[in-house]
Design a binder for this molecule. Sequence first.
Ligand code: ZN
Length: 563
Amino acid sequence: MRKPATSAAGFSGFDDVETPHGWNPLTLATFASLWSASVCNWPLWRAMGALPELNATRGFIFMLAFGGIIFCATLLLLSLAAWARSIKVVIAVFLISAALCAHFMGSYGVVIDPTMMLNVVQTDVRESRDLVGWPMLFSVLLLAVLPMIFLSRLPVRRLNLRAQCGRNLLAVVLSCAVMFALVMASFADLSSTMRNHKTMRYLINPLNAYFGLVVNAVQANAKPKGPPQAVGLDAKLVRAANTKPPLLLLVVGETARADHFSLNGYARPTNPQLAALGVTSFREVTSCGTNTAASLPCMFSHLGKRAFEARERDHENLLDVLQRAGLAVLWLDNQSGCKGLCERVPNASASVPVAANRPLPAGLCDNGECLDAALLHDLEARLSALPEARRAQGVVIVLHHMGSHGPAYFKRSPPDRKPFLPECTNSALQKCEPATLISAYDNSIAYTDHVLGSSIAWLKANASAFDAQMLYVSDHGESLGENNLYLHGLPFAVAPRAQKHVPMIFWQGATSGSATLPTTCLEGLRDTAFSHDNLFHTVLGLVGVTAAEYQKPLDAFASCRVQ
Ligand SMILES: [Zn+2]
Protein backbone atom coordinates (compact mmCIF):
# COMPACT_ATOMS: atom_id res chain seq x y z
CA MET A 1 0.00 0.00 0.00
CA ARG A 2 1.24 3.49 -0.79
CA LYS A 3 2.16 5.59 2.11
CA PRO A 4 0.52 9.05 1.92
CA ALA A 5 3.12 11.70 1.18
CA THR A 6 1.38 14.62 2.76
CA SER A 7 0.34 15.52 6.21
CA ALA A 8 -2.80 17.54 6.89
CA ALA A 9 -0.59 20.62 6.62
CA GLY A 10 -0.79 20.49 2.82
CA PHE A 11 2.54 21.30 1.19
CA SER A 12 4.58 19.41 3.77
CA GLY A 13 4.39 16.84 0.96
CA PHE A 14 7.39 18.64 -0.56
CA ASP A 15 9.47 16.74 1.99
CA ASP A 16 10.82 13.60 0.55
CA VAL A 17 9.15 10.37 1.59
CA GLU A 18 11.62 7.59 1.65
CA THR A 19 9.70 4.80 0.08
CA PRO A 20 10.30 2.39 -2.75
CA HIS A 21 6.67 2.90 -3.70
CA GLY A 22 4.96 5.93 -5.11
CA TRP A 23 5.40 7.99 -8.24
CA ASN A 24 8.69 8.52 -9.94
CA PRO A 25 9.71 12.22 -9.93
CA LEU A 26 9.68 12.04 -13.73
CA THR A 27 5.96 11.25 -13.70
CA LEU A 28 5.32 14.40 -11.68
CA ALA A 29 7.51 16.32 -14.12
CA THR A 30 5.39 14.91 -16.97
CA PHE A 31 2.13 16.02 -15.31
CA ALA A 32 3.54 19.50 -14.70
CA SER A 33 4.86 19.76 -18.28
CA LEU A 34 1.47 18.81 -19.68
CA TRP A 35 -0.28 21.35 -17.49
CA SER A 36 2.24 24.05 -18.30
CA ALA A 37 2.27 23.45 -22.08
CA SER A 38 -1.51 23.41 -22.32
CA VAL A 39 -3.29 25.47 -19.64
CA CYS A 40 -0.49 27.84 -18.59
CA ASN A 41 0.11 28.75 -22.22
CA TRP A 42 -3.39 30.08 -22.79
CA PRO A 43 -2.14 33.50 -23.99
CA LEU A 44 -0.04 31.75 -26.66
CA TRP A 45 -2.92 29.53 -27.79
CA ARG A 46 -5.25 32.53 -27.86
CA ALA A 47 -2.76 34.50 -29.98
CA MET A 48 -2.14 31.60 -32.35
CA GLY A 49 -5.84 30.85 -32.64
CA ALA A 50 -6.38 34.42 -33.82
CA LEU A 51 -3.93 34.07 -36.72
CA PRO A 52 -5.93 33.76 -39.95
CA GLU A 53 -3.44 31.33 -41.49
CA LEU A 54 -3.94 28.89 -38.62
CA ASN A 55 -7.73 28.75 -38.93
CA ALA A 56 -8.00 25.62 -41.03
CA THR A 57 -7.53 21.99 -39.96
CA ARG A 58 -3.88 22.18 -40.95
CA GLY A 59 -3.47 25.09 -38.54
CA PHE A 60 -5.04 23.08 -35.74
CA ILE A 61 -2.70 20.16 -36.40
CA PHE A 62 0.26 22.55 -36.40
CA MET A 63 -0.84 23.99 -33.05
CA LEU A 64 -1.02 20.46 -31.63
CA ALA A 65 2.52 19.78 -32.88
CA PHE A 66 3.68 23.12 -31.47
CA GLY A 67 2.10 22.20 -28.13
CA GLY A 68 4.01 18.91 -28.29
CA ILE A 69 7.27 20.79 -28.86
CA ILE A 70 6.61 23.02 -25.86
CA PHE A 71 5.70 19.96 -23.76
CA CYS A 72 8.96 18.23 -24.72
CA ALA A 73 11.06 21.33 -24.05
CA THR A 74 9.41 21.76 -20.65
CA LEU A 75 9.86 18.10 -19.76
CA LEU A 76 13.49 18.27 -20.84
CA LEU A 77 14.06 21.12 -18.42
CA LEU A 78 12.14 19.55 -15.54
CA SER A 79 13.85 16.18 -16.08
CA LEU A 80 17.10 17.80 -15.01
CA ALA A 81 15.50 18.48 -11.61
CA ALA A 82 13.51 15.25 -11.32
CA TRP A 83 14.84 14.08 -8.00
CA ALA A 84 12.67 12.89 -5.14
CA ARG A 85 13.86 15.66 -2.84
CA SER A 86 13.57 18.54 -5.27
CA ILE A 87 10.88 17.85 -7.84
CA LYS A 88 7.90 19.31 -5.97
CA VAL A 89 9.70 22.51 -5.03
CA VAL A 90 10.97 22.94 -8.58
CA ILE A 91 7.50 22.36 -10.01
CA ALA A 92 6.05 24.86 -7.52
CA VAL A 93 8.52 27.58 -8.59
CA PHE A 94 7.98 26.68 -12.25
CA LEU A 95 4.20 26.83 -12.09
CA ILE A 96 4.12 30.05 -10.06
CA SER A 97 6.36 31.73 -12.64
CA ALA A 98 4.15 30.33 -15.42
CA ALA A 99 1.01 31.64 -13.69
CA LEU A 100 2.50 35.13 -13.28
CA CYS A 101 3.73 35.28 -16.88
CA ALA A 102 0.37 34.00 -18.18
CA HIS A 103 -1.42 36.73 -16.23
CA PHE A 104 0.72 39.59 -17.55
CA MET A 105 0.83 38.34 -21.13
CA GLY A 106 -2.85 37.47 -21.19
CA SER A 107 -4.10 40.63 -19.50
CA TYR A 108 -1.82 43.32 -20.91
CA GLY A 109 -0.77 41.93 -24.29
CA VAL A 110 2.92 42.13 -23.32
CA VAL A 111 5.46 39.48 -24.29
CA ILE A 112 8.37 38.33 -22.17
CA ASP A 113 11.70 38.71 -23.97
CA PRO A 114 15.21 39.25 -22.54
CA THR A 115 14.82 43.05 -22.23
CA MET A 116 11.49 42.58 -20.45
CA MET A 117 13.20 40.21 -18.01
CA LEU A 118 15.97 42.78 -17.49
CA ASN A 119 13.26 45.29 -16.67
CA VAL A 120 11.63 42.81 -14.27
CA VAL A 121 14.95 42.16 -12.51
CA GLN A 122 15.71 45.89 -12.22
CA THR A 123 12.31 47.01 -10.98
CA ASP A 124 11.54 47.69 -7.34
CA VAL A 125 8.65 46.86 -5.03
CA ARG A 126 7.25 50.38 -5.20
CA GLU A 127 7.15 50.31 -8.98
CA SER A 128 5.69 46.84 -9.33
CA ARG A 129 3.12 46.68 -6.58
CA ASP A 130 0.46 48.34 -8.74
CA LEU A 131 0.58 45.25 -10.91
CA VAL A 132 -0.50 43.04 -8.00
CA GLY A 133 -4.22 42.54 -7.72
CA TRP A 134 -6.99 39.99 -7.53
CA PRO A 135 -6.71 38.94 -11.19
CA MET A 136 -3.03 38.12 -10.64
CA LEU A 137 -3.73 36.19 -7.45
CA PHE A 138 -6.54 34.34 -9.22
CA SER A 139 -4.12 33.31 -11.99
CA VAL A 140 -1.62 32.00 -9.42
CA LEU A 141 -4.37 30.14 -7.58
CA LEU A 142 -5.79 28.51 -10.70
CA LEU A 143 -2.62 27.79 -12.69
CA ALA A 144 -0.17 27.06 -9.87
CA VAL A 145 -1.73 26.40 -6.48
CA LEU A 146 -4.43 23.97 -7.64
CA PRO A 147 -2.05 21.64 -9.53
CA MET A 148 0.45 21.96 -6.68
CA ILE A 149 -2.18 20.73 -4.22
CA PHE A 150 -2.82 17.79 -6.51
CA LEU A 151 0.88 17.00 -6.88
CA SER A 152 1.66 17.51 -3.21
CA ARG A 153 -0.66 14.63 -2.35
CA LEU A 154 1.21 12.17 -4.58
CA PRO A 155 3.82 10.08 -2.79
CA VAL A 156 7.23 10.30 -4.46
CA ARG A 157 9.30 7.23 -5.08
CA ARG A 158 12.94 7.40 -4.15
CA LEU A 159 15.42 5.43 -6.22
CA ASN A 160 19.14 5.24 -5.75
CA LEU A 161 21.12 7.95 -7.47
CA ARG A 162 22.26 5.81 -10.36
CA ALA A 163 18.81 4.47 -11.23
CA GLN A 164 17.20 7.92 -11.14
CA CYS A 165 20.08 9.40 -13.09
CA GLY A 166 19.55 6.82 -15.83
CA ARG A 167 15.82 7.52 -16.04
CA ASN A 168 16.30 11.26 -16.11
CA LEU A 169 18.87 10.93 -18.87
CA LEU A 170 16.50 8.75 -20.84
CA ALA A 171 13.75 11.34 -20.41
CA VAL A 172 16.09 14.07 -21.71
CA VAL A 173 17.05 11.98 -24.74
CA LEU A 174 13.43 11.02 -25.48
CA SER A 175 12.25 14.63 -25.10
CA CYS A 176 14.94 15.77 -27.54
CA ALA A 177 14.09 13.03 -30.02
CA VAL A 178 10.33 13.70 -29.99
CA MET A 179 10.90 17.44 -30.14
CA PHE A 180 13.22 17.00 -33.15
CA ALA A 181 10.66 14.77 -34.87
CA LEU A 182 7.86 17.29 -34.27
CA VAL A 183 9.99 20.20 -35.49
CA MET A 184 10.81 18.27 -38.66
CA ALA A 185 7.20 17.21 -39.23
CA SER A 186 5.86 20.76 -38.86
CA PHE A 187 8.86 22.62 -40.24
CA ALA A 188 7.12 24.53 -43.03
CA ASP A 189 4.37 25.92 -40.77
CA LEU A 190 6.74 26.40 -37.85
CA SER A 191 9.29 28.44 -39.78
CA SER A 192 6.71 30.62 -41.51
CA THR A 193 4.76 31.28 -38.29
CA MET A 194 7.94 32.13 -36.36
CA ARG A 195 9.18 34.34 -39.19
CA ASN A 196 5.92 36.22 -39.70
CA HIS A 197 5.00 36.51 -36.02
CA LYS A 198 8.27 37.00 -34.20
CA THR A 199 6.61 37.76 -30.87
CA MET A 200 5.06 34.26 -30.68
CA ARG A 201 8.32 32.82 -29.39
CA TYR A 202 8.20 35.24 -26.46
CA LEU A 203 4.77 33.90 -25.49
CA ILE A 204 6.06 30.37 -24.83
CA ASN A 205 5.42 30.23 -21.13
CA PRO A 206 7.38 30.14 -18.82
CA LEU A 207 10.35 29.09 -20.97
CA ASN A 208 10.42 32.67 -22.33
CA ALA A 209 11.10 34.05 -18.84
CA TYR A 210 13.87 31.54 -18.09
CA PHE A 211 15.36 32.11 -21.53
CA GLY A 212 15.38 35.86 -20.81
CA LEU A 213 17.12 35.34 -17.47
CA VAL A 214 19.79 33.12 -19.08
CA VAL A 215 20.40 35.59 -21.93
CA ASN A 216 20.83 38.45 -19.46
CA ALA A 217 23.16 36.40 -17.26
CA VAL A 218 25.26 35.35 -20.26
CA GLN A 219 25.44 38.93 -21.57
CA ALA A 220 26.42 40.25 -18.14
CA ASN A 221 29.11 37.59 -17.89
CA ALA A 222 30.44 38.16 -21.38
CA LYS A 223 31.26 41.79 -20.64
CA PRO A 224 34.76 42.54 -19.39
CA LYS A 225 34.89 43.00 -15.64
CA GLY A 226 36.11 46.18 -14.03
CA PRO A 227 35.10 49.80 -14.39
CA PRO A 228 33.31 50.95 -17.54
CA GLN A 229 35.36 52.40 -20.35
CA ALA A 230 35.96 56.10 -19.80
CA VAL A 231 34.19 58.56 -22.09
CA GLY A 232 35.01 62.22 -22.62
CA LEU A 233 38.53 62.16 -21.19
CA ASP A 234 39.14 65.50 -22.90
CA ALA A 235 35.78 67.00 -21.86
CA LYS A 236 35.97 70.76 -21.43
CA LEU A 237 33.51 73.48 -20.68
CA VAL A 238 33.73 76.20 -23.29
CA ARG A 239 31.82 79.31 -22.35
CA ALA A 240 31.80 82.67 -24.06
CA ALA A 241 32.92 85.54 -21.85
CA ASN A 242 29.52 87.24 -21.80
CA THR A 243 27.50 84.23 -20.64
CA LYS A 244 26.40 83.01 -17.24
CA PRO A 245 27.05 79.41 -16.13
CA PRO A 246 24.45 77.01 -17.50
CA LEU A 247 21.73 75.48 -15.33
CA LEU A 248 20.01 72.65 -17.15
CA LEU A 249 17.09 70.67 -15.80
CA LEU A 250 17.21 67.47 -17.82
CA VAL A 251 13.84 65.86 -17.17
CA VAL A 252 13.55 62.16 -17.99
CA GLY A 253 9.87 61.42 -18.49
CA GLU A 254 8.24 58.05 -17.91
CA THR A 255 5.78 56.30 -20.21
CA ALA A 256 4.70 59.56 -21.88
CA ARG A 257 3.50 59.19 -25.44
CA ALA A 258 3.92 62.15 -27.75
CA ASP A 259 0.48 61.96 -29.31
CA HIS A 260 -1.24 62.67 -25.96
CA PHE A 261 0.44 66.08 -25.63
CA SER A 262 -1.77 68.94 -26.81
CA LEU A 263 1.48 70.72 -27.76
CA ASN A 264 1.74 68.06 -30.46
CA GLY A 265 -1.84 68.42 -31.64
CA TYR A 266 -3.75 66.18 -29.20
CA ALA A 267 -7.33 67.41 -28.99
CA ARG A 268 -7.58 67.45 -25.19
CA PRO A 269 -5.87 70.35 -23.41
CA THR A 270 -3.21 68.25 -21.65
CA ASN A 271 -0.52 70.98 -21.77
CA PRO A 272 -2.12 74.27 -20.67
CA GLN A 273 0.88 75.40 -18.61
CA LEU A 274 3.63 74.56 -21.09
CA ALA A 275 1.62 76.12 -23.91
CA ALA A 276 1.70 79.43 -22.02
CA LEU A 277 5.44 79.26 -21.30
CA GLY A 278 6.88 79.50 -24.79
CA VAL A 279 8.38 76.03 -24.97
CA THR A 280 9.30 74.25 -28.20
CA SER A 281 7.89 70.75 -28.60
CA PHE A 282 9.57 68.37 -31.05
CA ARG A 283 6.93 66.14 -32.53
CA GLU A 284 8.89 63.38 -34.25
CA VAL A 285 11.09 61.84 -31.59
CA THR A 286 11.69 58.10 -31.37
CA SER A 287 12.83 56.24 -28.25
CA CYS A 288 15.74 53.82 -28.08
CA GLY A 289 13.78 51.04 -26.37
CA THR A 290 10.26 50.25 -25.28
CA ASN A 291 10.98 49.89 -21.57
CA THR A 292 12.94 51.81 -18.95
CA ALA A 293 15.81 49.34 -18.57
CA ALA A 294 16.42 49.33 -22.32
CA SER A 295 15.96 53.05 -22.96
CA LEU A 296 17.66 54.80 -20.07
CA PRO A 297 21.27 53.57 -20.50
CA CYS A 298 20.92 53.96 -24.27
CA MET A 299 19.65 57.56 -23.98
CA PHE A 300 22.66 58.61 -21.90
CA SER A 301 25.21 56.78 -24.05
CA HIS A 302 27.33 58.46 -26.71
CA LEU A 303 27.04 55.36 -28.90
CA GLY A 304 23.50 55.65 -30.26
CA LYS A 305 20.98 52.81 -30.40
CA ARG A 306 22.69 50.51 -32.89
CA ALA A 307 26.21 50.66 -31.44
CA PHE A 308 24.86 50.66 -27.88
CA GLU A 309 22.97 47.42 -28.46
CA ALA A 310 26.00 45.83 -30.13
CA ARG A 311 28.50 47.03 -27.51
CA GLU A 312 30.87 44.51 -26.03
CA ARG A 313 31.59 46.42 -22.86
CA ASP A 314 30.01 49.11 -20.74
CA HIS A 315 31.00 52.72 -21.12
CA GLU A 316 30.66 55.78 -18.95
CA ASN A 317 27.75 58.01 -19.86
CA LEU A 318 26.68 61.59 -20.40
CA LEU A 319 26.72 62.36 -16.67
CA ASP A 320 30.36 61.28 -16.34
CA VAL A 321 31.33 63.54 -19.24
CA LEU A 322 29.50 66.52 -17.74
CA GLN A 323 31.16 65.94 -14.39
CA ARG A 324 34.57 65.51 -16.02
CA ALA A 325 34.10 68.88 -17.75
CA GLY A 326 33.79 70.48 -14.31
CA LEU A 327 30.01 70.86 -14.03
CA ALA A 328 28.03 70.01 -10.90
CA VAL A 329 25.75 67.06 -11.65
CA LEU A 330 22.85 65.66 -9.64
CA TRP A 331 20.50 62.76 -10.41
CA LEU A 332 17.27 63.15 -8.48
CA ASP A 333 15.04 60.11 -8.73
CA ASN A 334 11.33 59.59 -8.26
CA GLN A 335 11.27 56.10 -9.70
CA SER A 336 13.06 52.77 -9.63
CA GLY A 337 16.54 54.28 -9.74
CA CYS A 338 18.98 55.41 -12.42
CA LYS A 339 19.84 51.95 -13.87
CA GLY A 340 23.52 52.50 -12.99
CA LEU A 341 23.78 55.85 -14.78
CA CYS A 342 24.31 57.91 -11.62
CA GLU A 343 26.79 55.60 -9.89
CA ARG A 344 29.66 58.09 -10.15
CA VAL A 345 27.75 61.37 -9.66
CA PRO A 346 25.79 62.80 -6.71
CA ASN A 347 22.32 61.28 -6.58
CA ALA A 348 19.31 61.36 -4.31
CA SER A 349 15.77 60.10 -4.07
CA ALA A 350 12.84 62.51 -4.07
CA SER A 351 11.19 60.44 -1.34
CA VAL A 352 14.07 61.12 1.10
CA PRO A 353 13.94 64.66 2.57
CA VAL A 354 17.01 66.79 1.96
CA ALA A 355 17.47 67.12 5.75
CA ALA A 356 15.86 65.57 8.81
CA ASN A 357 14.24 68.89 9.75
CA ARG A 358 12.80 69.38 6.25
CA PRO A 359 10.03 66.76 6.00
CA LEU A 360 8.18 66.34 2.73
CA PRO A 361 4.83 68.16 2.73
CA ALA A 362 1.70 66.11 3.40
CA GLY A 363 -0.01 64.83 0.27
CA LEU A 364 3.17 64.74 -1.80
CA CYS A 365 4.43 61.34 -0.69
CA ASP A 366 2.29 58.48 0.61
CA ASN A 367 3.46 54.94 1.40
CA GLY A 368 6.93 55.76 0.13
CA GLU A 369 5.57 56.79 -3.27
CA CYS A 370 5.80 60.42 -4.34
CA LEU A 371 4.07 62.58 -6.89
CA ASP A 372 6.55 64.15 -9.30
CA ALA A 373 6.18 67.58 -7.67
CA ALA A 374 8.27 66.11 -4.81
CA LEU A 375 11.26 66.41 -7.15
CA LEU A 376 11.00 70.20 -6.88
CA HIS A 377 10.50 70.31 -3.13
CA ASP A 378 13.67 71.78 -1.54
CA LEU A 379 15.43 71.59 -4.89
CA GLU A 380 17.10 74.88 -3.98
CA ALA A 381 18.71 73.18 -0.97
CA ARG A 382 19.80 70.23 -3.10
CA LEU A 383 21.38 72.67 -5.57
CA SER A 384 23.19 74.51 -2.78
CA ALA A 385 24.57 71.24 -1.44
CA LEU A 386 26.49 70.58 -4.69
CA PRO A 387 30.22 71.50 -4.66
CA GLU A 388 30.57 75.27 -4.88
CA ALA A 389 33.47 75.32 -7.35
CA ARG A 390 31.51 73.11 -9.74
CA ARG A 391 28.32 75.11 -9.29
CA ALA A 392 30.22 78.19 -10.41
CA GLN A 393 30.98 76.36 -13.67
CA GLY A 394 27.40 75.25 -14.26
CA VAL A 395 24.84 72.68 -13.14
CA VAL A 396 22.95 69.81 -14.72
CA ILE A 397 20.16 68.28 -12.62
CA VAL A 398 18.43 65.18 -13.94
CA LEU A 399 14.87 64.81 -12.68
CA HIS A 400 13.67 61.23 -13.19
CA HIS A 401 9.90 61.36 -13.30
CA MET A 402 7.37 58.74 -12.26
CA GLY A 403 5.38 60.34 -15.08
CA SER A 404 2.61 58.14 -16.42
CA HIS A 405 3.87 54.84 -15.03
CA GLY A 406 1.15 52.22 -15.37
CA PRO A 407 -1.00 50.43 -14.85
CA ALA A 408 -2.23 52.66 -11.99
CA TYR A 409 -2.30 55.88 -14.05
CA PHE A 410 -4.81 57.38 -11.65
CA LYS A 411 -2.15 57.42 -8.93
CA ARG A 412 0.08 59.70 -11.01
CA SER A 413 -2.07 62.80 -10.48
CA PRO A 414 -3.41 64.21 -7.19
CA PRO A 415 -7.21 64.51 -6.68
CA ASP A 416 -7.19 68.29 -7.30
CA ARG A 417 -5.42 67.93 -10.65
CA LYS A 418 -7.72 65.68 -12.62
CA PRO A 419 -9.25 67.65 -15.49
CA PHE A 420 -10.56 64.53 -17.25
CA LEU A 421 -13.20 62.55 -15.36
CA PRO A 422 -14.41 59.89 -14.84
CA GLU A 423 -11.11 58.02 -14.82
CA CYS A 424 -10.25 54.35 -14.54
CA THR A 425 -9.13 53.43 -11.03
CA ASN A 426 -8.53 49.75 -11.70
CA SER A 427 -5.09 48.32 -12.41
CA ALA A 428 -6.76 45.58 -14.46
CA LEU A 429 -6.86 47.96 -17.42
CA GLN A 430 -8.88 45.75 -19.75
CA LYS A 431 -11.71 45.90 -17.20
CA CYS A 432 -12.01 49.68 -17.60
CA GLU A 433 -14.10 51.53 -20.14
CA PRO A 434 -11.55 52.63 -22.76
CA ALA A 435 -12.56 56.29 -22.34
CA THR A 436 -11.93 56.21 -18.57
CA LEU A 437 -8.56 54.54 -19.10
CA ILE A 438 -7.55 57.29 -21.53
CA SER A 439 -8.78 59.91 -19.03
CA ALA A 440 -6.64 58.46 -16.23
CA TYR A 441 -3.64 58.48 -18.58
CA ASP A 442 -4.36 62.01 -19.81
CA ASN A 443 -4.63 63.23 -16.21
CA SER A 444 -1.09 61.93 -15.67
CA ILE A 445 0.07 63.85 -18.76
CA ALA A 446 -1.71 67.00 -17.54
CA TYR A 447 0.04 66.55 -14.19
CA THR A 448 3.39 66.19 -15.97
CA ASP A 449 2.51 69.47 -17.72
CA HIS A 450 1.99 71.06 -14.30
CA VAL A 451 5.26 69.67 -12.90
CA LEU A 452 7.20 70.84 -15.97
CA GLY A 453 5.54 74.26 -15.64
CA SER A 454 6.65 74.39 -11.99
CA SER A 455 10.14 73.31 -13.03
CA ILE A 456 10.34 76.24 -15.42
CA ALA A 457 9.13 78.55 -12.63
CA TRP A 458 11.95 77.21 -10.46
CA LEU A 459 14.46 77.85 -13.25
CA LYS A 460 13.18 81.40 -13.67
CA ALA A 461 13.76 82.01 -9.97
CA ASN A 462 17.41 80.99 -10.51
CA ALA A 463 17.88 82.86 -13.78
CA SER A 464 19.82 85.76 -12.27
CA ALA A 465 22.82 83.52 -11.58
CA PHE A 466 22.47 81.03 -14.43
CA ASP A 467 21.56 80.56 -18.05
CA ALA A 468 18.52 78.42 -17.33
CA GLN A 469 17.24 75.70 -19.67
CA MET A 470 14.97 72.68 -19.46
CA LEU A 471 14.97 69.66 -21.75
CA TYR A 472 12.25 67.06 -21.23
CA VAL A 473 12.21 63.72 -23.01
CA SER A 474 10.34 60.53 -22.19
CA ASP A 475 11.98 57.10 -22.00
CA HIS A 476 9.30 55.31 -24.09
CA GLY A 477 5.60 55.48 -24.83
CA GLU A 478 2.64 53.31 -23.88
CA SER A 479 -0.11 51.22 -25.42
CA LEU A 480 -3.55 52.15 -24.12
CA GLY A 481 -5.63 49.24 -25.37
CA GLU A 482 -5.14 49.67 -29.12
CA ASN A 483 -5.32 46.15 -30.63
CA ASN A 484 -5.72 44.82 -27.08
CA LEU A 485 -2.21 45.93 -26.19
CA TYR A 486 -1.55 47.60 -22.86
CA LEU A 487 1.53 48.99 -21.10
CA HIS A 488 4.83 48.76 -23.03
CA GLY A 489 7.89 46.58 -23.57
CA LEU A 490 7.10 44.81 -26.84
CA PRO A 491 10.28 44.01 -28.83
CA PHE A 492 11.29 47.22 -30.58
CA ALA A 493 11.01 45.80 -34.10
CA VAL A 494 7.35 44.91 -33.66
CA ALA A 495 6.22 47.44 -31.03
CA PRO A 496 3.49 49.86 -32.14
CA ARG A 497 4.42 53.51 -32.64
CA ALA A 498 2.58 54.40 -29.41
CA GLN A 499 5.36 52.66 -27.44
CA LYS A 500 8.21 54.41 -29.31
CA HIS A 501 6.95 57.90 -30.19
CA VAL A 502 8.01 60.12 -27.30
CA PRO A 503 7.67 63.81 -26.43
CA MET A 504 10.70 66.10 -26.32
CA ILE A 505 10.23 69.64 -25.04
CA PHE A 506 12.74 72.46 -24.68
CA TRP A 507 12.59 75.71 -22.77
CA GLN A 508 15.24 78.38 -22.37
CA GLY A 509 15.22 81.47 -20.21
CA ALA A 510 16.12 84.92 -21.38
CA THR A 511 19.71 83.76 -21.62
CA SER A 512 22.72 85.90 -22.10
CA GLY A 513 24.75 86.49 -25.21
CA SER A 514 25.58 83.70 -27.60
CA ALA A 515 23.99 80.94 -25.51
CA THR A 516 20.53 81.89 -26.80
CA LEU A 517 18.99 79.64 -29.42
CA PRO A 518 16.69 81.61 -31.75
CA THR A 519 13.12 80.42 -31.14
CA THR A 520 12.16 80.69 -34.79
CA CYS A 521 15.02 78.36 -35.69
CA LEU A 522 13.98 75.85 -32.99
CA GLU A 523 10.38 76.00 -34.20
CA GLY A 524 11.64 75.10 -37.65
CA LEU A 525 12.92 71.81 -36.24
CA ARG A 526 9.57 70.75 -34.75
CA ASP A 527 8.93 68.05 -37.32
CA THR A 528 12.53 66.98 -37.84
CA ALA A 529 13.01 63.29 -37.03
CA PHE A 530 15.03 63.03 -33.81
CA SER A 531 15.65 60.08 -31.52
CA HIS A 532 17.29 59.23 -28.22
CA ASP A 533 20.51 59.01 -30.24
CA ASN A 534 20.51 62.82 -30.24
CA LEU A 535 20.31 63.29 -26.47
CA PHE A 536 24.00 62.89 -25.52
CA HIS A 537 25.21 65.35 -28.14
CA THR A 538 22.33 67.82 -27.70
CA VAL A 539 22.93 68.09 -23.94
CA LEU A 540 26.67 68.65 -24.42
CA GLY A 541 25.79 71.38 -26.92
CA LEU A 542 23.28 73.01 -24.56
CA VAL A 543 25.75 73.36 -21.67
CA GLY A 544 28.78 74.12 -23.86
CA VAL A 545 30.85 71.00 -23.22
CA THR A 546 33.24 69.78 -25.88
CA ALA A 547 34.59 66.23 -26.00
CA ALA A 548 36.00 63.88 -28.62
CA GLU A 549 32.74 61.89 -28.54
CA TYR A 550 30.58 64.95 -29.32
CA GLN A 551 29.13 64.71 -32.82
CA LYS A 552 27.74 67.96 -34.11
CA PRO A 553 25.43 66.30 -36.69
CA LEU A 554 23.69 64.51 -33.81
CA ASP A 555 23.28 67.70 -31.74
CA ALA A 556 19.61 68.43 -32.44
CA PHE A 557 20.03 72.18 -31.90
CA ALA A 558 23.48 72.70 -33.46
CA SER A 559 22.01 74.18 -36.63
CA CYS A 560 20.36 76.93 -34.54
CA ARG A 561 23.45 77.88 -32.57
CA VAL A 562 24.96 81.25 -33.41
CA GLN A 563 28.60 80.57 -34.21
ZN1 ZN B 1 9.97 53.61 -18.44
